[in-house]
Design a protein around this ligand. Structure first.
Ligand SMILES: N[C@@H](CCC(=O)N[C@@H](CS)C(=O)NCC(=O)O)C(=O)O
Length: 368
């Protein structure tokens, strides 16, 4: 049987759990306790990230996107990647947006709102010491959660950026609420890879953390209903089809615009800074998790955050898809995107990135 190693509080574990349930794949969930980190996660993956999937033939895979792609090959029924170019592109874009950008409101609401912070600390403690008393769990949770809570400034989440991130999230909730008033999932009656991306932040943090959960229920009840469909094995596995004729609902267009306005400029700057880093480190193949700082904008607010090249590995996915479209397909897709957006999607990246042994590397082309 498949084993999913993760935790209820973990954003990316939520993504994979919902996917496994939707596909009806039998799995056992294993809590990522310190012992599991020592005995399995660290020795078998070389890194300290969850989720980790252990396959029945004892293969170990880290990274939610790689796990889903591995399983899609083996469980091709009811694919989560739509076949139509418009729907496929939107699904891939919204995965990048959810995984790499909505982590910002997810982290802000968890660690800057006291009620959520207290809850998360206890939850981290329950993961670290499942059998201990609540007091011991709280103490362990404080220690275990410190690096996560401490990551906020690195992501550009500060007192200065707080209001802008909150305002953006609240508008996104409104946009999603409108969308889910007419559609069960992003692209119709079946969840796509974009829904699985979105469920990470929207379930594990923003629905499950108590103060955020109330906010979602009150402000965007249709989003809360969508979360409930996504996390319910019985409901999720029944899903039907994507919308016919490769249709993309108009209600998703403001969300795509939000991604291009907020996140894509950060991806463009990340690409430029990666190019400089490569010029300064011409012999390095492995690329560090963070390579310096950039300034990002949200509305009128500007703040600094670290530069994460991994974001570009994710960005390669919609870019690769777009670059392989025929001219007819491209014309169909282009009606979804403005000229500036299409230009951003085709603007060159300094290097091709790959993940090898769970580390990010530049791909060096060998031979002729
Ligand atoms: N892109 C990775 C991200 C995994 C990730 O960041 N997981 C978090 C928990 S939700 C973690 O283990 N973080 C540890 C750390 O940042 O050091 C994925 O999709 O699996």
């Amino acid at each position: 049987m498949y084993k999913l190693i993760g935790a209820p509080v973990s954003l990316y574990t939520g993504k994979v759990r919902c996917y496994l349930q939707f596909k009806g794949i039998a799995f056992e969930e294993v809590l990522a306790t310190p012992q599991i980190y020592r005995e399995l996660i660290i020795p078998r993956t070389g890194v300290r990230y969850i989720p980790v999937l252990v396959t029945p033939d004892d293969r170990v895979i880290q990274d939610s996107t790689e796990i889903i792609d591995y399983l899609e090959q083996r469980f091709p029924d009811r694919p989560v990647y739509p076949a139509g170019p418009r729907q496929r592109l939107v699904a891939l874009l919204l995965e990048v947006y959810s995984d790499e950008w909505l982590v910002n409101p997810a982290m802000l609401y968890r660690w800057m709102i006291e009620e959520n912070r207290q809850f998360a600390i206890s939850e981290f403690g329950r993961t670290r010491l499942p059998e201990a008393s609540p007091e011991e769990q709280y103490a362990a949770g404080l220690e275990a959660s410190a690096p996560f809570a401490g990551a906020l400034p690195r992501l550009g989440i500060t007192d200065h950026s707080r209001a802008a991130i909150e305002a953006s999230y609240l508008t996104l909730l409104d946009e999603l609420n409108t969308h889910f008033s007419s559609h069960d999932y992003l692209l119709g009656d079946r969840p796509c890879i974009g829904d699985f991306g979105l469920i990470g932040p929207l379930y594990a943090h923003l629905y499950r953390d108590p103060a955020s959960g109330r906010l979602m229920q009150e402000r965007a009840p249709q989003v809360a209903r969508w979360v409930e469909r996504m996390i319910s094995p019985a409901v999720a596995s029944k899903g039907g089809d994507f919308l016919p004729d490769d249709a993309v609902p108009d209600t998703l267009l403001p969300i795509i615009k939000r991604m291009f306005d907020e996140q894509v400029p950060v991806l463009m700057k990340t690409a430029r800074q990666l190019e400089e880093w490569i010029t300064a480190n011409p012999d390095a193949t492995e690329i560090p998790r963070a390579i310096g700082k950039l300034r990002y904008r949200l509305g009128d607010m500007e703040e600094e955050r670290l530069v994460f090249p991994y974001n570009l590995w994710m960005w390669q996915r919609p870019r690769d898809f777009y670059s392989k479209l025929t001219s007819d397909q491209r014309a169909a897709v282009e009606s979804l995107l403005s000229e500036t957006q299409a230009r951003a999607l085709t603007s060159p990246l300094p290097v091709r990135l790959q993940r090898r042994n769970n580390r990010l590397e530049r791909l060096i082309e060998t031979g002729q």
